[in-house]
Design a protein around this ligand. Structure first.
Ligand code: 5GP
Ligand code: ZN
Length: 114
């Protein structure tokens, strides 16, 4: 997708601090972390959000959880735990319209915290 910042990051056209990559996903540090550890996991295929997923995305959607798990292990959060957030739609706080999971960790987090 033209002008999609996360498509450009997955292609290396915009620099990022990569923490994990496989055939279908790219994970990198958030530029404005809200927790001590804050990493984004994005599919290389452009999909706007969870709300825009179709039947054709079923496989990539399923694999995304595994990519999140592997990323969390790689950044050392597997033992202490972490929170995964998918902001979906502008009212929910989505600002970049390319599906992404926030992996948040490195501190104690209250719940509910919205
Ligand atoms: P959203 O608000 O859409 O759920 O999350 C988008 C996230 O992308 C935000 O946490 C924001 O800090 C991050 N972000 C936006 N632009 C860039 C960028 O150019 N590089 C990196 N690493 N993160 C970005
Ligand atoms: Zn994109």
């Amino acid at each position: 997708m033209e002008d999609c910042i996360f498509c450009k990051i997955t292609k290396g056209e915009i620099p990022s601090r990569k923490v994990y990559e496989d055939d279908n996903f790219y994970a990198f540090e958030d530029i404005a972390p809200v927790t001590p550890v804050h990493v984004l996991v994005v599919p290389k295929k452009h999909v706007r959000s969870i709300a825009a997923l179709t039947e054709a995305d079923t496989e990539v959607a399923g694999k995304m959880l595994t990519a999140i798990q592997k990323t969390a292990e790689k950044i050392g959060l597997a033992e202490d735990g972490y929170r995964v957030v998918f902001n979906t739609g502008e009212k929910a706080g989505q600002t970049v319209h390319h599906l992404h999971a926030h992996i948040l960790g490195g501190k104690e987090m209250a719940w509910p915290g919205v």
